[in-house]
Write a protein that binds this ligand. Structure first.
Ligand SMILES: Nc1ncnc2c1ncn2[C@@H]1O[C@H](COP(=O)(O)OP(=O)(O)OP(=O)(O)O)[C@@H](O)[C@H]1O
Ligand SMILES: [Mg+2]
Length: 295
């Protein structure tokens, strides 16, 4: 099933979801039309260890604090297993039931849920029907996700625009393909997944490793398209993306950087400050930690 068909952000009421605001209870998720300022403070995520173990909880994320602003791209970086996906899941309210989350996550300064279509989450793995063409995959997604108030023609137009936006027009009639039936390339598959997620024009976009498995040129292409989204449709979108080993060109697209190591926050601030000694020292620490895991 497509990741776009997962429960929408903020509609979950489980342990990992948003906490209702005790002072001003809102049962109906509100639609945020303006930009989304997302802030999180003292965010901790723990997981119950398998039964039979010492009964303690494993700390996955420790004391995370940060923010993401409309019109900006926040990159979440760090070695494998440091908690990037967990942070995105926690912020998107989609942690699984084994996880316990504490701390505050605020949307435009308040604890509240977002309505369907306001946010989208691109999962780390592409999950699409391999027999569909690019056009069919995006068009069917438009039919399923866009409101009934839009006509079929408008939905088709939106699908076509989104396909062009992601630079997929040349592969529009190619099958997605999978194991045993070659179809579009890995980079194009990633971009189809992004198309499916952005079709509703969400204000808040979570992208988990949008460039995984791509070479540096394809990574730049995908990230540049994502960074340009705000310019092409004029929506001041808040984008949070986890990413592995970006090259210099990709790195320059980030406004802010959240660097994690072993669940702890190493650096949060402007990506442009990464050339300062402090951040490089942090990166060295992360690399050393990664090496010690590998050896
Ligand atoms: N359901 C779970 N139960 C126990 N531990 C978990 C669970 N989910 C994640 N973890 C652990 O939490 C840590 C962080 O996982 P996470 O998937 O967030 O890492 P990541 O930074 O996204 O890694 P990668 O770059 O490989 O995708 C890992 O050590 C992982 O084993
Ligand atoms: Mg991950």
């Amino acid at each position: 099933m497509s990741s776009s068909l997962c429960a929408p952000l903020g509609t979950r009421r489980g342990r990992g979801g948003y906490v209702e605001d005790g002072s001003s209870r809102q049962d109906v998720p509100i639609v945020v039309r303006e930009g989304v300022y997302l802030t999180w403070e003292e965010l901790w995520v723990t997981m119950s260890k398998p039964s039979g173990k010492d009964g303690k909880k494993a700390i996955i994320l420790e004391s995370q604090t940060g923010y993401a602003k409309p019109g900006e791209l926040l990159a979440v970086m760090g070695p494998s297993g440091c908690g990037k996906t967990t942070l995105l899941d926690a912020l998107a309210g989609r942690l699984n039931s084994k996880a316990k989350q504490t701390g505050d996550i605020l949307i435009n300064g308040r604890k509240q849920a977002l309505a369907y279509g306001t946010s989208a989450y691109l999962t780390q793995e592409d999950a699409m029907l391999t027999t569909l063409t690019v056009e069919e995959a995006v068009y069917y997604s438009a039919q399923l996700q866009l409101p009934d108030s839009m006509s079929k023609f408008e939905k088709k137009e939106r699908a076509e625009f989104t396909i062009k936006e992601m630079g997929l027009q040349d592969a529009i009639h190619t099958r997605i393909g999978g194991c045993g039936s070659k179809g579009i390339s890995g980079g194009q598959k990633r971009r189809v997944s992004i198309c499916i997620e952005i079709i509703t024009r969400p204000n808040l976009l979570f992208l988990d490793e949008p460039t995984s498995g791509l070479d540096s040129a394809a990574s730049f292409y995908v990230m540049n398209r994502i960074a340009r989204l705000n310019k092409t449709d004029g929506i001041q979108r808040t984008i949070i993306a986890s990413i592995h080993q970006p090259n210099t060109q990709v790195f320059q697209l980030f406004h802010n950087l959240c660097l994690l190591s072993n669940g702890k926050l190493v650096y949060f601030g402007p990506a442009s400050a990464a050339n300062k000694v402090r951040i490089w020292r942090s990166l060295v620490c992360v690399s050393v930690q990664l090496l010690s895991c590998v050896v």
